[in-house]
Design a protein around this ligand. Structure first.
Ligand SMILES: NC(=O)c1ccc[n+]([C@@H]2O[C@H](COP(=O)([O-])OP(=O)(O)OC[C@H]3O[C@@H](n4cnc5c(N)ncnc54)[C@H](OP(=O)(O)O)[C@@H]3O)[C@@H](O)[C@H]2O)c1
Length: 275
C-alpha cells in the first residue's frame, strides 16, 4: 500500500503523518510538499517526500504516481474560486495517475450552508465523483482553536468573556483528534465511498466556555454578550452549521474526543503563567 498525502507539512497533514506512523511503515507513506526543505524531518524517518503544487498540474501527476490511496487536504487559499481551480488540478491529476482511492478533507454538513466555502467543498466532492475513483469524504468540523478569536486572554484578565449575542452551540473538534481519525481511516478498511461528518457527538456553548475558564483559572469569568464586539468570526459562525452532531469521528477514533475543557487547559496555563 502506498499512501500519498498532500499538504503534508501543514498543521493537519503533520498530525496525520505522525498518527499514520502508528499504523503503517514509513516506506508506505509519500509526503507531498511545496517546499522540499519542509519535508526534511519526514525524509529522515524514511518517508518519501515529493514536490507538489496545486497550481502546477504536472507536479501533481508526478507526485501521485503509484498511490493506492491519496489523501487530498483541501487548499488553504483564501479565494474559493481559485481553490476550485486548484482542486480541479488535483482531481484531474489523480485520475491521470490512476490513484486507487481518494480521501478528501471536506467541511462538515456543507448542505446546511449557502456560502462559497461550503459550495467549494460540495463541488470538490462532486468533481471527485466524476472520476469514478472510490472516495472517502472526511468532512472536518470547525477546528476548536477558533476560540482563540474570542480573546480568552483578555477575558481571564478582565473577568468578562465578550461574545456576539445569540444562542451559540458548537460541535467543534481538535486537529489532533481529526488527525488520528483520518490516519485510522487512511490505513484501515471499510471506508469505500463513505461520507463522514467529523464533528463532536455533543455540543457545548459559550456559557460552558465561561464556566470552564472560571473553573480552570479560579477567577470569576462571566459571559458578556455585546453588539459592539467586532470580529469576522461571528458572522462566519452564523453561516455554518456548528450545532449538528455525529458519532462518526468518535467511531473512527475508537475513543472519546478531546473535550473543550481539556483543550483549554494548556492555553489557560500559558495565559496565567504570563500574567
Ligand atoms: N475545519 C476548519 O475549521 C478549517 C479551518 C481552517 C482551514 N481548514 C482547511 O483545512 C486544511 C488543512 O488545515 P491545516 O490547519 O493543516 O492548514 P495549514 O496548516 O495552513 O496547511 C495547509 C497546507 O496546504 C499546503 N498548500 C498551500 N497551498 C498549496 C499549494 N498551492 N499547493 C500545494 N500545497 C499547498 C501548505 O503548504 P505550505 O506550507 O507550502 O504553504 C500546507 O502544507 C486547510 O488547507 C483548509 O482548507 C479547515
Amino acid at each position: 500500500m502506498s499512501i500519498v498525502i498532500t499538504g503534508a507539512n501543514g498543521r493537519l497533514g503533520s498530525l496525520i503523518i505522525q498518527e499514520l506512523l502508528h499504523h503503517v511503515s514509513p516506506d508506505q507513506i509519500v509526503a507531498c510538499v511545496r517546499r522540499m526543505e519542509s519535508g526534511k524531518s519526514w525524509e529522515d524517518q524514511g518517508i518519501t517526500v515529493r514536490f507538489c503544487n496545486y497550481d502546477e498540474p504536472a507536479s501533481l501527476e508526478k507526485a501521485f504516481v503509484g498511490a493506492s490511496r491519496l489523501l487530498f487536504i483541501s487548499s488553504p487559499h483564501p479565494d474559493d474560486t481559485v481553490r476550485m481551480r486548484q482542486h480541479a488540478h488535483v482531481i484531474e491529476a489523480a485520475k491521470k495517475a490512476n490513484v486507487g482511492h481518494i480521501f478528501y478533507t471536506s467541511f462538515a454538513f456543507p448542505e446546511h450552508s449557502d456560502i462559497s466555502l461550503t459550495h467549494l467543498h460540495l463541488a470538490t466532492e462532486h468533481a471527485i465523483r466524476t472520476t469514478g475513483i472510490p472516495y472517502t469524504f472526511l468532512r472536518n468540523g470547525l477546528y476548536m482553536d477558533f476560540i482563540e478569536a474570542l480573546d480568552v486572554n483578555a477575558s481571564i484578565l478582565t473577568g468578562n468573556l465578550r461574545i456576539h449575542p445569540g444562542s451559540w452551540k458548537f460541535n467543534a473538534v481538535t486537529r489532533s483528534d481529526l488527525g488520528a481519525a483520518i490516519a485510522a481511516a487512511l490505513s484501515g478498511e471499510g471506508h469505500l465511498n463513505k461520507t463522514y461528518e467529523l464533528v463532536a457527538p455533543d455540543v457545548w456553548t459559550f456559557s460552558d466556555v465561561a464556566s470552564t475558564l472560571s473553573e480552570l483559572t479560579g477567577r470569576a469569568i462571566s459571559l458578556c454578550p455585546t453588539n459592539e464586539l467586532q470580529h469576522w468570526i461571528f458572522s462566519f459562525l452564523r453561516k455554518i452549521d456548528t450545532a449538528s452532531t455525529s458519532g462518526d469521528l468518535e467511531n473512527l477514533l475508537g475513543r472519546p474526543l478531546t473535550t473543550m475543557k481539556e483543550n483549554m487547559k494548556a492555553y489557560v496555563g500559558a495565559v496565567i503563567r504570563s500574567d
